[in-house]
Design a protein around this ligand. Sequence first.
Ligand code: SAM
Length: 293
Amino acid sequence: MKFKKSEKFTESSGSMNSVVQWFVEGYNGSALMIKVKEILFEKKGLQHIQIFETESFGKMLVLDGKIQLTERDEVMYHEMLVHVPLFMIDGPSKILVIGGGDGGSVREILKHEPDEVIMVEIDREVVEACQMHIGIDGGALKDNRVTVLFEDGIEFVRTSKEKFDVIIVDGTDPNPVSKNLIAEEFYRYCSKIANLFATQSQSPFVQDQYFIELIQNAQRGFNFYSVYINYVPTYPLGLWSYLLASNSELNPNYDEIKRRWEERNIETKHYNPELHMASFALPQWLKRRLGEI
Ligand code: SAM
């Protein structure tokens, strides 16, 4: 790609070029550039929160220099994070979400008509900024089945006396506050209060070390796990992974998933039962990498 003189940029993580408004997220010698029309919100607190209006991806949330969502492709991320675990079981009724301050995960969970959703988010300012400037939750965080608590997810699961059908972790890309969400104890606490667990597990291609550490620690907390993958264009180089873990065997069964999909009759833009099954088919290099653990 050629850049006009005024569009030259230097690679750095989460920087704004001052001549032409490009947001640049760099990863190990490569980068994604998104053209920005306007900065809607910026605040440095527990995390550095930025919300942009972009030229072709709609509104975009960035935390500590890393893209968390864009309006255009967030469904690809949220639908696969939520519907894969929830279609694995009959009647999911009590769900815990850790992180997920933008509300996209809770929005998808409510489509399954649960009785109760608890969302534990460490950073109140992310929730407030997203409610004010993005609103992808579509009112889900104000639903009367939903409780939003502000505390560190690891503390909540360490002290929780409640049990959940499913725990879904929608945490920030690696940063100081999300570190606890890949700690060995975190998975141990989660496995005591839920039999089914799902988390986003970053890019196994770009963030190999983080991905492997997450899988190793999850293995110490749960007896069984499966990795599944998906495409999210604005995440590092597009390939994204998720981890499903449980203390019972995980065998996605197409007929059962299709039956639940038909019974629940939910509307999606990205997820469907065929994609559910296909997302567990891993390329040879990734199978090999997991085999080395
Ligand atoms: N979809 C995103 C991604 O993978 O890039 C994640 C977006 S969501 C906004 C991530 C949320 O996790 C943030 O709002 C952040 O504050 C929250 N979070 C990070 N660490 C946390 C922790 N230890 N406990 C609870 N919430 C946490």
